[in-house]
Write a protein that binds this ligand. Structure first.
Ligand code: ZN
Length: 428
């Protein structure tokens, strides 16, 4: 849908019903998820259900005592290609959220040490952005004492991983789950993606041809693509007949922690490669720096190529803001003026409602996860999961978008919500 400035609610409803009628043969699109992280989460000890640090430690301790799950025993036999060492001794845990635990904090390394008995252990936060490591894992990763809450992905990349074939099989399972949820297209928004990751995803996609996979590439990793452009297709190396394909998506800009000044440089790097950008934005300051960067470095015209799966030769593909968790009204006006799309996750506002009520003032809560106010301004919007953080389940996104309690004026009607989940609504 093209931006329609000043569109009222009645106009929105008309456009929604017209759009739905033309998209009946298409399925849902999860326009922001992380396929490799989903696959890794499936093969880790899952602590999402833990309500307290104590419960979390019970689950981790049980996993250690029972010599881990069958999948982890499988890892022991498949540890040939771990980058950084022997994966036999490692315990990988995923899915805690400090803001939802009773204690409202991360577990400490000492607490994890007490239940892991020297087994190198990494506890990944549900967002994947930080992890707690115990002393044995810290030593193996070369961390100095005190560095137990790790935010640097380059350090975490040294944790031994599954070998490539197990990873491809895991991603294929994740894609099959998407099909079961009615999803026929997805966008992998991982900022560490490079050509190697896209080739791996293409190999996995060969097993599930009914899902169209688009994968972003890290704005600092575009050189790895060599002569591949935005919108072109990466094929797996498995022969033409059963080759999987992945479309090259936006350049993903992940602002380094506490350094929004890097955003402009990353956007400029993407422009040098003629890529539209997708910027990770979770707060007001990052949004401000992002809007400044996008104004300073406008998108190149005609960023799609003739080989794109959905050719768009005569117009510029919009940049994207991912999440847009907190935004001032005047910032939404700037987003509309710049023609930037917003890819949002309605489930966050319902799943994190308790945290928001505790930590934010009523005024700030009114600025959380804008939705109706985006559409009112004619901003292009798609809904998504950010899986594995939230399940890739359009029914949940629609329920959250229509029934949220925080900032209820941001609710939208069910038909509009459904359209924003549809493949054609994504307009990628
Ligand atoms: Zn994400």
């Amino acid at each position: 849908m093209r931006p329609v400035p000043g569109l009222g609610a009645a106009g929105l409803a008309r456009i929604a019903s017209a759009a739905v009628s033309t998209t009946q043969t298409l399925g849902y699109c999860d326009d922001h998820l992380h396929l490799l992280a989903c696959a890794a989460a499936r093969r880790s000890v899952d602590v999402q259900a833990a309500a307290s640090v104590g419960e979390l430690l019970d689950i981790v301790g049980h996993a250690v005592r029972s010599s881990a799950s069958p999948r982890m025993r499988q890892d022991c036999q498949d540890s040939a290609e771990g980058n950084g060492g022997d994966s036999r001794q490692w315990l990988r845990v995923w899915g805690y959220d400090d803001s939802l635990l009773d204690e409202r904090r991360h577990p400490t390394a000492a607490e994890v040490d007490a239940v892991t008995h020297g087994v190198p252990t990494v506890l990944h936060h549900v967002t994947g952005h930080v992890a707690v490591v115990n002393a044995a894992a810290g030593r193996a990763l070369g961390l100095t004492s005190g560095e137990v809450l790790v935010e640097r992905q380059d350090l975490l990349a040294a944790v031994p991983r599954d070998d490539r074939s197990a990873t491809v099989a895991g991603v294929t399972e994740v894609l099959a789950d998407l099909v079961a949820a009615g999803i026929t297209a997805c966008t992998d928004a991982t900022h560490t993606n490079d050509i190697g990751a896209l080739e791996l995803l293409a190999e996995a996609a060969a097993g599930v041809p009914s899902v169209k996979v688009t994968a972003m590439v890290g704005a600092d990793r575009l050189d790895s693509l060599e002569d591949l452009d935005f919108g072109e297709t990466v094929l797996s190396s498995g022969g033409a007949a059963d080759a999987g394909a992945v479309r090259v998506g936006h350049a993903k800009v992940m602002p380094p922690h506490d350094d929004d000044s890097a955003i402009a440089d990353l956007v400029a790097a993407a422009r040098a490669h003629r890529f539209p950008v997708a910027v990770h934005v979770m707060d007001i300051d990052t949004l401000q720096a992002t809007l400044d960067a996008l104004e300073a470095h406008p998108p190149p015209a005609g960023t799609a190529t003739s080989e794109a799966r959905r050719p768009m030769p005569d117009r510029t593909v919009p940049d994207r803001i991912e999440h847009c968790a907190l935004a001032l009204p005047e910032q939404l006006d700037r987003i509309a003026r710049l023609g930037v799309a917003v890819v949002t996750q309605p489930s966050f506002v319902t799943r994190r409602a308790q945290k928001y009520r505790e930590q934010l003032s009523p005024t700030e809560q009114a600025w959380l996860w804008p939705l109706a106010s985006l559409l009112r301004r004619g901003i292009r919007v798609t809904l998504s999961s950010d899986a594995p953080t939230v399940p890739p389940d359009p029914a949940e996104w629609i329920e959250a978008a229509t029934g949220r309690d925080i900032a209820p004026t941001e609710r939208i009607d069910a038909e509009t919500a459904r359209r924003l989940c549809m493949e054609a609504g994504a307009d990628r």
